[in-house]
Design a binder for this molecule. Structure first.
Ligand SMILES: [Zn+2]
Length: 199
């Protein structure tokens, strides 16, 4: 992507309001460092600064609120700088949810897959201060669950991250093969995102 175009995408992402705990930012940073090394991480930090959205990666507090858009911009920059694809962003979400301290606390209450789905709406609010999660259906016999996300309208990379995030959650309660499919999306004209998880 040309520099001018990249700036446009960055400005668009950063114009969306809503905050996330520093915990999510730290888990993303830690995953990027693991995958791309210190130099890779520095490239992301420098690019954020160049685009006019500087953030000091060494000075982030876990419980403080930061614009969620900064997180989304970082995922987007990974696709630009490291040429990460959809699967890489998915893996970031899957790993990051487990690296987050919030998850390690709430996962203690994931005593069953139904409970996990039931608690999704209240757990959503522990990570972010905007939008909402809605559990539409959980079917233990047929092994699937449907979740809708409202008010999360940044950029399609955010959807790939969420897919990984939900599978990462499911990893706590279900062993073996898992799949997720986004069946509705605000970036495709729907009024919310809808995901079907199968296990
Ligand atoms: Zn979506």
């Amino acid at each position: 992507m040309e520099k001018e175009e990249r700036q446009k995408v960055a400005d668009q992402i950063m114009s969306v309001h809503g905050n996330a705990r520093g915990d999510l930012l730290l888990s993303t940073i830690s995953y990027i460092k693991r995958k791309e090394g210190d130099n890779g991480l520095k490239d992301v930090e420098n690019e954020l600064k160049r685009l006019g959205y500087p953030i000091d990666f060494n000075n982030i507090e876990r419980l403080k609120w930061y614009p969620k858009s900064v997180n989304i911009l970082i995922y987007f920059l990974c696709t630009e700088i490291f040429k990460w694809g959809k699967e890489d962003i998915f893996e970031l979400g899957r790993a990051a949810v487990k690296l987050a301290l919030i998850t390690r606390v709430i996962a203690k209450y994931f005593i069953s897959v139904e409970k996990m789905f039931e608690q999704a709406p209240s757990n959503w609010d522990k990570y972010v201060d905007f939008g909402s999660a809605e559990t539409v259906e959980v079917n233990k016999e047929k092994r699937y669950g449907i979740v809708r996300i409202h008010g999360y309208n940044f950029h399609p990379v955010g959807c790939y991250y969420l897919e990984g995030f939900f599978i990462g959650m499911l990893d706590f309660v279900v062993q073996g093969k898992k799949e997720i499919e986004e069946t509705k999306c605000v970036h495709k004209g729907d009024s919310y995102h809808e995901f079907i998880l199968r296990w």
